[in-house]
Design a protein around this ligand. Structure first.
Ligand code: GLU
Length: 456
């Protein structure tokens, strides 16, 4: 069976997993988000490892990133004051393809956060079937309240170090929280200037006029709603007339709302770090986009301009609003046990994670016990990186596909991910457990490739 396992098989998979976990926690001390992401995967792998204990050796390599880069990012603000931020890129696994994953600019970014995101990305990218490895990066830089010129100088400084680690066959970053089209533009410009190469395949999420793909902007949100629709279809339902709560008001949230509305759902909420807005008439997406994307404002501004149907709840959380479907689309651990109980009381049927790891482990357990379908981020929000994979294909072929063509491919990929995850859960005796199905299906693809490629 295994070509690379030199050690005798471990008879007790449970204790082997426990010692692997203890070892990983010790080596990655003080990184709770990474431990959480690790736990979720390790808890799912028992059935596979019992059948194939030789894959434990592969797993031992898999939990250790192939390469971790940390660097200084100095920059000057508009007043001439110097700031120093920290930059990261964790190149986690390249068994299936070049490292692929976004960059996050947010004050909460540290090595543990980047490692959790990079670890998730390995399995997510494997599930797309598009041959991408997993990586993630970013900085503790806070773009809020910074001028375009300041953001440009920061991006230029960041890329001045990062460029040496990138390449279309090596590592291909994209956006995440705090990194959108504007930042990708500045990063691409600096890469091009330093290398003197117009290398479209080095970053995804580019503008459609200069190597970007149609639908990349919309892809994570659209994909998440398509995944939710597949979950509802399992219950014989569709999105028509469903009440939907969405958290966040960034890229993933906005385009989740757009697709949910297009499929006939009633989207009630949006949020940011200051609170949430509930709109009885349904969110007016044109107004919300104007406030958030054009003016870079707050959801409270939306509520003020929308009129009587909308109410801003300072400090509150959208999970208190009863709904059929919840789309957590803001950030990690935004939906805890209390929120899960509120949603269950409100009659929620499905939860689809637009953000990465938004549900705490307790919330995941409560949804499982209550029979609520839970689409984990590594499956449900894979549409973003899948469309990055489609962008890379267009770049490699020097061609450009139409919006309709890319959207049809995205829909097919999301259907395929849902089918794979659903079927994998069923095969392993846990029908409807999308968390288990996603972890096992993603792990199997990566583990087979690692096993075939030897001990590296
Ligand atoms: N940051 C996104 C994610 O969490 C997209 C990554 C990419 O397109 O490379 O999957």
């Amino acid at each position: 069976m295994s070509k690379t396992s030199p050690r005798p098989l471990t008879p007790d998979v449970t204790s082997a997993l426990e010692s692997l976990r203890a070892d990983a926690v010790r080596r990655n001390a003080g990184e709770p988000e990474f431990h959480q992401a690790l736990d979720e995967v390790l808890e799912s792998l028992g059935p596979v490892l019992s059948a194939r204990p030789e894959l434990l050796d592969v797993l031992r390599r898999l939990v250790e990133p192939e390469r971790q880069i940390i660097f200084r990012v100095p920059w000057q603000d508009d007043a001439g004051a110097t700031h120093v931020n920290r930059g990261f890129r964790v190149e986690f696994n390249s068994a299936l393809g070049p490292y692929k994953g976004g960059l996050r600019f947010h004050p909460s970014v540290n090595l543990g956060v980047v490692k959790f995101l990079g670890f998730e990305q390995i399995f997510k990218n494997a599930l797309t079937g598009l041959n991408m490895g997993g990586g993630k990066g970013g900085s503790d830089f806070d773009p809020h309240g910074r001028s375009d010129a300041e953001v440009m100088r920061f991006c230029q400084s960041f890329m001045t170090e990062l460029y040496r680690h990138l390449g279309e066959h090596t590592d291909v970053p994209a956006g995440d929280i705090g990194v959108g089209g504007r930042e990708i533009g500045y990063l691409f410009g600096q890469y091009r200037r330093i290398t003197n190469r117009w290398e479209a395949g080095v970053l995804t999420g580019k503008g459609t006029g200069w190597g970007g793909s149609p639908v990349r902007v919309e892809a994570t949100g659209y994909g998440n709603v398509l995944f939710a629709a597949e979950m509802l279809a399992q219950r014989g339902e569709d999105l028509e007339g469903q009440q939907v709560v969405v958290s966040g008001s960034g890229n993933v949230a906005l385009y989740s709302m757009e697709k949910a509305q297009a499929l006939g759902a009633h989207v009630l909420t949006a949020s940011d770090s200051s609170g949430y807005v509930v709109d009885e008439k349904g969110i007016d997406l044109d107004l919300l986009k104007q406030v958030k994307e054009v003016e870079r404002g707050r959801v409270a501004d939306y509520a003020e301009r929308r009129g009587a149907s909308a109410r801003f709840v300072p400090g509150g959380r959208v999970w208190d609003v009863p709904a059929d479907l919840a789309l957590p689309s803001a950030t990690q651990n935004e939906l805890d046990a209390e929120a899960a109980l509120a949603l269950i009381r409100g009659g929620v049927k499905a939860v689809s994670e637009g953000a990465n790891m938004p549900c705490t482990p307790e919330a995941v357990r409560l949804f499982r016990e209550a029979g609520v379908a839970l689409g984990p981020g590594k499956a449900a929000n894979a549409g973003g990186v899948a469309t990055s994979g489609l962008e890379m294909r267009q770049n490699a072929a020097r061609s450009a596909w139409t919006f309709a063509d890319v959207e049809a491919r995205l829909a097919a990929i999301m259907r395929d991910i849902h089918a794979t995850v659903h079927e994998t859960a069923e095969i392993h005796g846990a029908p409807g457990d999308y968390v288990l199905g996603a972890n096992i299906a993603g792990f199997q693809r990566v583990a087979e490739a690692m096993d075939a490629q030897g001990i590296i």
